[in-house]
Write a protein that binds this ligand. Sequence first.
Ligand SMILES: [Fe+2]
Ligand SMILES: [Fe+2]
Length: 212
Amino acid sequence: MRLLEEFEHEHRLVDRVAGSLIRFADSSADGTTSAEAVTDFVHFFRVFVAGYHHEREEQVLFPALVERAEVPANRGPLPAIEADHREAAALVDELEREAGSRERAGEVARRLAHHLWEHVDKEDSVLLPEAADRLRRNGVTTLDGREPSADEEAARELGERLTERFPPIEDPAIVRGDGCVACSAFAVTCGGIEKEWWNDWETEYHRSLDEG
Ligand SMILES: [Fe+2]
Ligand SMILES: [Fe+2]
């Protein structure tokens, strides 16, 4: 499904820009970054990530799952992902507010990067494969988003340039992981995909796949 493939592709860019935030945080500590870099990161996250990427997840994919693939709207993964999107927006606001302080901007950038990596990992390992499977089984074979506006496309290119200015690095403090167990919402606001989305028949079906 084209939209899901676009999401995966966009996640690769978000993943790399998160690595650039770590590079930015490290260079903030030695005083070599500028407030202008903060402005560029903030613009990329507001216009491309929130305005284009999250917008299509919430406005196209989620309604398709709820209306056409029997996914609950008010509990489980969908509200957990929406809460993540709000948290990302709040961190971007905080980054903007701290633009005048290298040290504090670096600290917020690091938290934002950690948040984004966890978010991308839960979507790539759980949301997107589960969504593809459910939509297909419910007879939904095409799902299209929309073309980016000129501003959104320019923000995507800005993100690419940020990865050149701040070559992405990993953060040794972070261990990334796949599946619901790696998600901070698991057992807090969300019972996990099996409990929240699968009915008895689906649980049986997945078990038979695991058993080969
Ligand atoms: Fe996403
Ligand atoms: Fe998302």
